[in-house]
Every structure is written in C-alpha cells, then in structure tokens.
Design a protein around this ligand. Structure first.
Ligand code: DGJ
Length: 703
C-alpha cells in the first residue's frame, strides 16, 4: 500500500518507490505537513507533529507548513483557499473531518475532507499516487453544501512544504516569443518568489513548474523537490520562505482578477499539481516526469511521426500546386505526415485578414483541400492542417457578423495583437461555432493531424452577456471551454492527433498535454538557439512532446549559418520535422536529408520513449551532449554539439552513463568493443572540431 494511515498517531504517509510524503492531523485538527524526501516511516515523523508558537506576533507557527492553508485566523502566509461568504465573512476556520483511501482511475487515492466549523463549505484534498515515479498528483475539490452562494477568491491546487535544508535554490524557466524555456535559478531568501502568467494562457515568460534543491544538486545527484501544474490559463506558483526557515510552494489558478461563484450544491475542482522527489538530481527529476507523461498524461502513447510543415517555405502564400510540389519532395525524404500551415482559408493572405473564416480559399485550392490531401495520401503520407480557432481578425466575415463574440469592454478600445482579437469561447454559440467548423473539417476530409495555434494574449477581459458578479470567471472559463472543445473533438475523432502551439511555446503545460500529443516549443528554429530551448523544455517535458523542424540556413531568425547535418542533429532530439522550402533544395540536399531521416527512424524509439541523460561535464567547453537509453540499458544514442573551439584547447573525454560496467559495448563507427566500466569512467573522445560541429553515435551492448 502506498498510502498509510496510523489512527493512533493521526498521521498519513504516502510511500513511493524512493520517497516518503508525510503529514498529520494536529491538536488544532488541522493538517500539518511533516516530511517529504528519502524514505522514512510514520513513527520517524511522529515527534514532528506538534504545535509551535514564537510570540503573539508569530502564533501558530506550525501553520506555515499546513498541507493546504485556509485564509483566516492568524494565517499570513500564501493561502491555498480564500473565500467570501454571503454575510461578508471572509475568514475560514476549518478542521479535519474524515478521509477515504480508494482506487481512482487506476491510482491509489487519498481523499481528506475538511469542513468549516460554521459555514457549509467542505474541501476535499485529493492525493493520487504514482509510486514508480515518486510522484503525487494533488488537487482540491471545494464544495458548497449550503443554500447560499460562496465566492472563491483564491482556490489553489496544492501547497508543497519542503523539508529543512541548509539553503533553498529555486530552478525555473523564463522566456519570450522565440526565446522560450531559458533556465534560471535563484536562492530563496525570506519573502516570496512568484512565477506566474496573467496573460490568459500558460505563457512563454514562465512555465508552471518549479524545482528546489539545497544548492548542491547536480544533473545526476542530490535531492530535488519539484512540481508541475496542469493548467493552461492564468497560473501562479509562489515559493515562500518564512523567517522560521519554512519553505512552501503554493500553486494553482492565479488569484489575480479572479473569482468563482460557487452556487448552492456546487463544487469546484482545481487543476492537478503533480509533485515529486528525486534523489538522483535534476536528471532523475526529468526522467520521472517524462515517463509519467508518457504513461499517465498524454492522450495516447504512440511514436511521433516525422512531419513536414510548409510554414517557413511558403508562409501565407499557400496554393494546391506549390503544396503538391512540396509534398512530392517531402515524400522522397521519407516524411510521414505533411502539414499545411496558416493561409489556406478565407481571405488569409497575411496576418491582417481572414482569421475566423474557416472555409477553404478556392483561389488557392480550386478543387478544395481534397486534391492536395489525395496527393499526400497517394504519396504514402498522412495529412495535417493548421487552425487558430480562438482568434479572429476584425477584417473577417465572422467579426463583421459577430463583433460581440470577442472579449471586450464596451467603453474601451479593443487591443489588437497580430491584428487579431480573441473570441469568448465560453459563450455557447461561439463554442458551437468552433465545434461545428472543426467537426466539419475533420469529418469531411482525411485529416490526421491538427496544429492548434493561438497568437495573442487576453486583453480587456470582459464577457458580454455574463452577469456582472461572474465577470472575473473569464480566465477560468476560457480554459475550461478550450479543454472541453478539445476533449469533444478527440472523442469524435480518436485517430486525429493534436499539436499545441501558441506563437511557439506559449501553451505548453501538463493540462494541455492531456489533449495534445505534441507541442511546438518555439518559432525560433535556429538549430543552435534550439539547443538551450530544448534543454529547458526537457527539464519538465518529454522529448517526444516537442516538435523540432529543420529549416533553412542562414536562419531567418538570426542569420546564423550551420550545416544541414547540425540542423538535423539538433532537430532529431525531439519529434523530427522539416520546415525548409524543399522546392529549392538540390538533389544532393534531398539525398543527404533522406539519410538523416532514415537514421532518425532507427533511433526514434530511444529519443521518443527512452530515458534522457543530459551530460553537463563539458558544458564549460561549449559542448551540449545528451544520451538517450532504452529501459534494458543495452541500446543508447549520444548526441553531441560543439559550439566553438578555442585554439589549442582539446576536448576532455565524455563519460557515458546508464551502462552496465561489466558488459561490452560496440560504438557505431569505431573499431572493437569497450567495457561499460571504461565508457563510464574513462569516457569517449568526441571527434568534434571547429564551430557548430555535431555528432550522433549509437552505443549497443555486444551480443
Ligand atoms: C505561429 C506559429 O508558431 C507558427 O509556427 C505558424 O503556425 C504561424 N503562427 C502561422 O501564423
């Protein structure tokens, strides 16, 4: 049993393969966190369950480690739940009522019910255990069991209390359009560090996950406590340290400009916040999250196909003739899925018009989409298409007919971003419009892949026709409606795969990945810039969920020249795609690329399903190296990239990992065999030279 309860001690323990998560019910009948880390027992933690007070200014200090803190009384740290009752009372006084240990969705689940002492408000804290990956999924269900409305002002998913460490280092990512997933770390001092999005979607400026260690964890060793939130709208993760050295990370839907009216008998369920402990450093953290996503989060666990996307080749200038020519060349390369991007519908000749008018442009496709789809299928590929259903250009028939469908305030100008506005998709008629055109598109054509884009943030968040006292629900309603649309479409078209894109990587999180098979992490396709974007992505998200295209050199982004080989190697670290203008490629380029794609298909199972090991030892020498290994440890592939070499500075050897010291291995391209012991301790020489050099090499156990 992963979940234990000692009734005498009133202590709960969640025991996973390599961790313990322990809390108890204290004398105040409140849930007090006791321990999270390497395995211990309930009895080990029993002495920790006691009340603490420092002075009248710091009363109930044990509340700083409350499992889920209810705002009221002397709670001055980040609250997990803050409400307003109809009589104006804004103070919660909550105590433990009862709990159940059940099986839910194939997972051992603990549900603890807490009740307000006076008001008809119940909170269920739900813990679902993934023992093999040392993870716990947490969320809260808040229930109004009375007759009168209750307003939720903040309803967080979970609060994660850290054990007592000498120091606390927070690792997270930041970014911007075309520069997503840049890793950062900072020491936590007393106060709060807030990671957030208030833009209506997940955002590129931060991503909803955190990792905390004592400042000494490395890629391969040391304790790392981490969590990732499954929410694609406004979110907040607050890492707070108190003067009593208590660190707690509270996260969930952002409470900024947010309220939810909980009517009589209604319940609100927060998004899932998955937390975990790794005793094997940041690498161990990532591998746990990756395998968890493959096994528990993604809508299905299938290999990602090699795709071609015509965006950078033709931009808005798409037409049947050019796309068919591109498709013929893509098929020669060995591409498995051909995707037409923006520009195929309405009067969409640039980003100024047409968005919202989802009928095929017959000047561009005189015989409709089926001519192209037929050719693509005859060439042995699947067909995919781009859509951006949540947005509308003011210069569109849709907007002319329904100017009130967008978020706006009557007295304010409607901010246009990329010349577009955002539809209020929780309005029933708007939601139906999207469902209808998407069902029509997928029902009438042989489409197997949807790239779902979203190219602006939410501004002027007014919802016409919604009651005044529910206007602040907009941030949540947009996301709920989006999830609902995706889930309906997935149910209706189970064979269609979806990619999440928001002008690159602005909507990537565990919430959208319950519906999306893969994601577009950045519009920046420069193969070198991508290495750091991909690394930041890989801290939380699995390689298969990341689409990576090979595009032109020099790149449109920053004019950098890198070889075709380097571009392929960089893009082969996720789900491989090609985005170049193949109509301009020479036969030699096609042949060379064909060989890379063949090689990719050969190692795809390692990259897309294996365990990923980031090698950081040569980072100071400008080397990015990543190894992918199969579960048995007998098959591996190493990717290595050299940024630029200084004269006379040889590269030290790189020690491999995840091999069996007593076994022998063959390295592709090298004579003889090598012991696992030698490869892990003496390492291999990387034949990388000059600037922007790269290699891929396969390492297999000798039969
Ligand atoms: C932004 C996406 O990130 C690009 O890949 C492309 O699909 C464009 N939108 C199309 O407008």
């Amino acid at each position: 049993m992963a979940i234990q309860y000692d009734a005498g001690q009133r202590i709960f323990a969640i025991q996973t393969r390599n961790s313990s998560y322990i809390f108890g019910v204290n004398e105040r009948d409140r849930l007090q966190h006791l321990y999270w880390g390497a395995p211990v027992s309930i009895m080990d933690c029993a002495p920790l369950l006691r009340l603490k007070s420092h002075s009248s200014f710091d009363a109930e200090v044990e509340g700083e480690a409350e499992e889920y803190s209810f705002w009221g009384g002397v709670c001055y740290t980040e609250p997990s739940l803050k409400v307003r009752m109809q009589d104006g009372v804004r103070d919660l006084s909550v105590s433990y009522s009862h709990h159940q240990i059940i099986e839910q969705g194939g997972k051992e689940t603990l549900i603890i019910t807490l009740k307000d002492r006076v008001y008809p408000l119940e909170t269920q804290l739900v813990y679902q255990v993934i023992p093999e990956y040392d993870l716990v999924e947490r969320y809260a269900r808040i229930m109004n069991t009375g007759e009168l409305d209750i307003v939720l002002e903040s309803m967080q998913s979970a609060a994660w209390s850290l054990p007592c460490l000498q120091d606390y280092r927070l690792t997270h990512v930041t970014g911007k359009w075309s520069g997503e997933f840049q890793l950062r770390n900072t020491g936590l001092t007393e106060g709060k560090k807030v990671l957030e999005s208030r833009r209506g979607f997940t955002g590129a400026h931060a991503n909803p996950w955190f990792a905390i260690d004592d400042g000494f964890a490395t890629e391969s060793g040391g304790g790392v406590w981490f969590g990732a939130l499954a929410w694609s709208g406004n979110w907040k993760i607050a890492a707070e340290k108190t003067p009593f050295n208590q660190v707690r990370v509270t996260g969930g839907i952002h409470d900024f400009d947010s309220e939810w009216l909980l009517g009589a008998g209604e319940a609100f369920e927060t998004p899932v916040f998955t937390g975990g402990f790794s005793s094997t450093g940041f690498g161990g953290m990532s591998r746990r999250l990756h395998q968890y996503q493959y096994d528990y989060v993604l809508p299905r666990n299938e290999p990602g196909k090699v795709l071609y996307n015509s965006w950078e080749a033709t931009y808005f200038d798409v037409n049947a003739k050019d796309q068919i020519a591109l498709a013929k060349r893509a098929a020669r390369l060995g591409v498995e899925r051909f995707v037409v991007d923006d520009g195929w519908f309405g009067q969409r000749h640039s980003d100024h018009a047409g968005l919202g008018d989802w009928s095929v442009n017959t000047d561009k496709f005189p015989q409709g989409l089926d001519e192209l789809i037929g050719e693509v299928r005859a060439l042995g590929m699947e067909f995919g298409i781009w859509v951006e259903p949540e947005s509308v250009n003011p210069d569109s028939d849709l907007y002319r007919a329904h100017p009130d469908w967008v978020y706006h305030f009557e007295t304010r100008e409607r901010t246009e971003l990329r010349n577009q506005l955002l539809l209020n998709i929780s309005k029933p008629e708007v939601k139906q419009y999207i469902l209808d055109f998407m069902s029509g598109l997928l029902g009438r054509h042989e489409i197997k892949f949807i790239k779902w884009d979203m190219n602006r943030t939410l501004t002027e968040p007014g919802m016409k026709d919604y009651p005044l006292n529910r206007q602040k629900e907009v941030w949540v309603r947009h996301v709920q409606s989006l999830y609902d649309i995706w889930s309906q479409l997935r149910a209706e078209f189970p064979d269609v795969e979806f990619e999440t894109c928001a002008g690159g990587g602005s909507r990537i999180d565990l919430g959208i990945f319950r519906y999306a098979d893969q994601s577009w992490p950045s519009d920046n396709t420069d193969a070198f810039d991508r290495l750091s974007i991909q690394e930041g992505f890989s801290y939380t998200y699995a390689p298969r969920m990341m689409t990576c295209w090979v595009t032109e050199s020099p790149t449109g982004m920053n004019g950098r020249h890198v070889s075709l080989r380097y571009r392929f190697h960089s893009a082969m670290m996720g789900t491989l795609g090609i985005g170049s203008n193949l109509n301009e490629w020479s036969d030699a380029q096609i042949e060379e690329s064909r060989e890379y794609i063949r090689q990719y298909k050969d190692i795809r199972h390692l990259v897309q399903s294996g365990s990923q090991y980031r090698h950081t030892a040569l980072r100071g020498k400008g080397v990015t190296a990543v190894q992918y290994s199969d579960a048995s440890g007998s098959d591996h592939v190493l990717f290595a990239f050299l940024h630029s070499q200084k004269l006379g500075e040889p590269l030290p050897r790189l020690c491999l990992t995840a091999l069996d010291p007593g076994k022998s291995y063959i390295i592709e391209g090298l004579e003889g065999s090598f012991s696992g012991r030698a490869l892990m301790n003496i390492g291999v020489e990387l034949p990388l030279r000059g600037d922007f050099d790269s290699l891929i090499c396969r390492i297999r156990e000798q039969a």
